[in-house]
Design a protein around this ligand. Structure first.
Ligand code: S3P
Length: 437
């Protein structure tokens, strides 16, 4: 599949983005582990999160789709999951794989986990190592650090304190999920705060946690089913916001977007770049995750520098922020972001390679990049390399390019934002992103 993208003079109106990917995965997993029923509203019906639904179904949780994004999960209970009849395929989803590893560490049966080519290349040792210390058996490729992995859990697991070398919510969440089966409190500390959806949702399901700025301790115990309302995904909204700051005349409003402070680095950076941005708190049904209506309009962007503790708060938004940086006046630097090299693709290399084809220079560094602006994008033939966020960032670049841009390999967009092209076409009032086979 490919996108044919045409430049667009204006974007206007309002849109919604689909449910938050991180929150959706967690709702399905905790719903499956809870006693009783969980109702989920706004679940992200995209490939990644549907993998997690399939996985919990395979282990005995009863899942009913009651309407678009509306699911009921009759939980199996903390001790009620059963051995699945086949390999669990996590597709492209790192969150599904790593969080499932945490759950499986506490299950007394064997499970094989695998994923697509991209996921099979991504590091799993960062999760497997602490889970092994807790007592789980995890074996597989590359010394047990790459999928496919076979996992056999045990109960109880040993309570540990894990001092994570990376600020990764997936690592933290895997250890916390395993911690539900530990023989005492389990703690995780990290070098900078990562997204805290697991902590918020575990509390919602009745778990006891003590949280500090860079640490969390969970007391093992049962979960009880609840109602979860998933806000819109700020990582999807970011593409529309950046597009609106470059061409949004009169501007674009995106409703009910999740603005958990551990995720709003992109808003801080756009403000630092002088973007015209309005953030209006939106009524939420769900106390756990704050939401807001976000409005962005055409702005004279200025360069900024992005690094340090900001990085985990916007790690998934860097591809589209790189596009914004190319349009901004001055030199933007992005550092402390070596994690970008182990996402769905090596995003530093992908941005440098593909933006170069569009006539935009990106200076690649081991842990980030430097982009001098403003530069003009030229329509070109580029490829996503199978990475959804690279595909969408290139499409946003295509909206401000001279001439037509063709982006190859865009089926991956369905992993997180299947309505991406349709949403942009509505805001443009004309087809600007054409989806072709
Ligand atoms: C996620 C955490 C981040 C993020 C990913 C989703 C999560 O990954 O990049 O898209 O839901 O916990 P890391 O934990 O590897 O930083």
């Amino acid at each position: 599949m490919k996108f044919r993208v045409r430049p667009v003079p204006r974007l206007a109106g309002s849109a919604e983005v689909p449910g938050d990917k991180s929150v959706s995965h967690r709702a399905a997993l905790l719903g499956a582990l809870a006693d009783g029923a969980t109702e989920i509203h706004g679940y992200l019906e995209a490939e990644d999160c549907l993998r997690t639904i399939t996985a919990v179904q395979a282990m005995g949780a009863a899942v009913t789709r009651k309407g678009p994004g509306h699911y009921r999960i009759d939980g199996a209970g903390r001790h009620g999951l059963r051995e699945p009849g086949d390999v669990i395929d996590c597709g492209n989803s790192g969150t599904a794989a790593r969080l499932l590893l945490g759950v499986l560490a506490g299950q007394p049966f064997w499970v094989m986990l695998t994923g697509d080519e991209s996921l099979r290349g991504r590091p799993m040792g960062r999760v497997a190592e602490p889970l092994r210390r807790m007592g789980a058996a995890i074996v597989g490729r590359s010394g047990g650090s790459k999928l496919p992995l076979a996992v056999k859990g045990t109960r109880p697991l040993r309570a540990i304190t894990h001092d994570s070398p990376v600020a990764s919510a997936q690592v933290k969440s895997a250890v916390l999920l395993a911690g539900l089966y530990a023989d005492g409190p389990v703690s995780v500390t990290e070098p900078a705060p990562s997204r805290d959806h697991s902590e918020r949702m575990l509390r919602q399901f009745g778990a006891q946690l003590v949280t500090g700025e860079r640490s969390v301790t969970l007391m093992p115990g049962d979960l009880r089913g609840t109602t979860v309302s998933v806000p819109g995904d700020i990582s999807s909204a970011a593409f529309l916001l950046v597009a609106a700051t470059m061409i949004g005349d009169p501007g674009v409003t995106i409703h009910r977007v999740g603005v958990n402070p551990t995720r709003t680095g992109v808003l801080d950076v756009l403000e630092a770049m002088s973007a015209r941005l309005r953030i209006e708190p939106a009524p939420t049904v769900d106390e756990a995750e704050p939401a807001a209506d976000l409005r962005a309009s055409a702005s004279e962007l200025k360069a900024t520098s992005i690094g340090g503790a900001l990085i985990p708060r916007l790690i998934d938004e860097i591809p589209v922020l790189a596009v914004a940086a190319a349009c901004a006046r001055g030199v933007t630097t992005i550092g402390d972001a070596a994690e970008l090299r182990v996402k769905e693709s090596d995003r530093i290399a992908a941005l440098a390679r593909e933006l170069d084809k569009m006539g935009v220079g990106v200076q690649e560094r081991p842990d980030g990049m430097t982009i001098a602006g403003p530069q003009r994008f030229r329509g070109a033939r580029v490829t996503s390399g199978g990475d959804h966020r690279i595909a969408m960032a290139l499409a946003i670049a295509g909206l401000v390019a001279e001439g037509e841009t063709v982006i190859e390999d865009t089926a991956c967009v369905a992993t997180s934002f299947p309505q991406f092209a349709a949403t942009l076409n509505t805001l443009a009032g004309t087809p600007v992103v054409l989806v072709e086979d």
